[in-house]
Each structure stands twice: as C-alpha cells, then as structure tokens.
Design a binder for this molecule. Structure first.
Ligand code: HEC
Ligand code: HEC
Length: 188
C-alpha cells in the first residue's frame, strides 16, 4: 500500500518538474543565435547598463532606474553640460567612501544607443545597426563588450550596487555565439 503511494507521489513529482522546466525553457522556435542573444539581452537590460543607455535627456540611478539626483542632464556630448560635467563627481574609479561609482571617461551613451523599454527585437536590431551603434561591425561590438572600461565597470560597480547575474565571460561568449551564428534577432 505504502509502496503504491510512493509510486503515485514520484509520478506526480516528475510531472510537476516537467511542467516547471517546460515553462522555464526558451520558446522552441529560438535558433541558436537568437537563444544566445536572449542571454546577451539579460545584461543589456540590467540597470548597471541601462542607467547610462537611456532614451531621455538624463542618466538614471539604482536598480529602480530613478532619475539621477541633482537634475543631472546628458548635455551636448553625454558628459553633462558645462559647469556640471559628470567627471566633476565621477572619477576614474569607484569612490566607495562617498558612494560615487566611477570609471575612466564616465559619460552617457548617445541617444542613438538608448535602450530603455526596447522590445528584445528592437534592442537586437539597434545593437547590430551601424547607424545606431557608432558604426560598429559585429567584431567591433564584441571588442567593445570585451574591453570597454564602462562595460567592465558593471561587474565591479562599487558600493551596494549589484552586478549582472550573468558573469562577464559568459556574457561575452553568448555575444560571440550570437554574432557567429548570424546575429539573428527575435521576432518580437
Ligand atoms: C557610465 C556610462 C555607461 C555604462 C555604465 C555603460 N555604458 Fe555602454 N556606452 C556608454 C557610452 C558613452 C558609449 C558610446 C561609446 C562610443 O561609441 O565610443 C557606449 C556604447 C556602448 C555600446 C556600443 C554601441 C551600441 O549601441 O552597440 C555597447 C554595445 C555598450 N555600450 C554596451 C554596454 C553594456 C553591455 C553595459 C553594461 C554591462 C554598458 N554599456 C554600460 C556608456 C556606458
Ligand atoms: C554632483 C555630482 C554628480 C554629477 C555631476 C554626476 N553624478 Fe552620477 N552619481 C552621483 C552620485 C553621488 C551617484 C550615486 C548615487 C547612489 O548610488 O545613490 C551617482 C550615480 C550615477 C549612476 C548610477 C549608477 C547605477 O547603476 O546605479 C549613473 C549611471 C550616473 N551617476 C551617471 C552620471 C552621468 C552620465 C553624469 C553626467 C551627465 C553624472 N552621473 C553626473 C553624483 C554625480
């Protein structure tokens, strides 16, 4: 009797697990390139990146991406208007004693590289479009993701800030796979 119950329980558990995994898996229609892009997008959508890649006239802060305090504006070159340059406060390194994040040449990405609220498809297309991405070929995008100081800062953001869940090496590998397999974009 007890044995029969065990069998029933085991069967139920297997079903439940199958259900969970089936729902966690990406849609079956994803090509290897698109699947890799979804991994890349997890990082692009992270607040550490998005706070500089906004589609508005100011940078944002924190995991909730609230507007930067002190009415900081992007200014003509993303480095803030004259008299309120980003580098007045943001130094070449994090200054944890004052809770100010920092990395060399701290400034915002231009509006053409703004990603706020883009769908996965739009984000993907923006990333591979030389008219939007600063004239970068696939290889140049990878190089930027591999070595740019502002990109790397996201994994050592200082203070209590959280880094993206995907480690930098895994992120880079996913970006390489995405491009090598055709830089395909999701349907939506
Ligand atoms: C402190 C601000 C800042 C942060 C933080 C930041 N970026 Fe950027 N990003 C920039 C600036 C400025 C440029 C433009 C650089 C250029 O074209 O020379 C840029 C350009 C890019 C580009 C190339 C253009 C494009 O649209 O393809 C990519 C890719 C990119 N960033 C990815 C990231 C990722 C991924 C993160 C987070 C892991 C990140 N950035 C975090 C400021 C930032
Ligand atoms: C008056 C000083 C000051 C100026 C000028 C300034 N910042 Fe900041 N910034 C700060 C401080 C302080 C923080 C940390 C706030 C916190 O974490 O609560 C911060 C945080 C940020 C963050 C948030 C990082 C994160 O992921 O949470 C970004 C992005 C940022 N600043 C970009 C800029 C840009 C771009 C400029 C210029 C256009 C700029 N800041 C100008 C003081 C300044």
């Amino acid at each position: 009797m007890a044995r029969a119950w065990l069998v029933v329980l085991a069967a139920a558990a297997t079903l439940a697990l199958g259900f969970v995994f089936a729902n966690a898996a990406p849609p079956a229609t994803d090509s290897p390139s698109v699947a890799a892009f979804r991994e890349v997008a997890k990082v692009l959508n992270h607040p550490r990146c998005m706070n500089c890649h906004t589609t508005v006239a100011w940078p944002t802060q924190g995991d909730d991406r609230h507007r930067h305090t002190f009415n900081i504006m992007r200014g003509p070159d993303g480095g803030g208007p004259q008299g309120m340059r980003c580098t007045t406060c943001h130094q070449d390194k994090n200054q944890d004693s004052m809770n100010i994040p920092g990395a060399k040449n701290w400034h915002m990405a231009p509006l053409s590289m703004g990603w706020t609220n883009l769908s996965p498809a739009a984000l993907c297309k923006a990333l591979r479009d030389p008219a939007k991405n600063g004239g970068r070929s696939g290889g140049k995008v990878i190089e930027h993701l591999r070595a740019d100081g502002l990109v790397l800062w996201a994994w050592t953001p200082g203070g209590k800030r959280k880094a993206p869940d995907v480690p930098h090496a895994a992120f880079l590998a996913a970006a390489e796979t995405w491009i090598k397999k055709g830089a395909e974009c999701p349907q939506q």
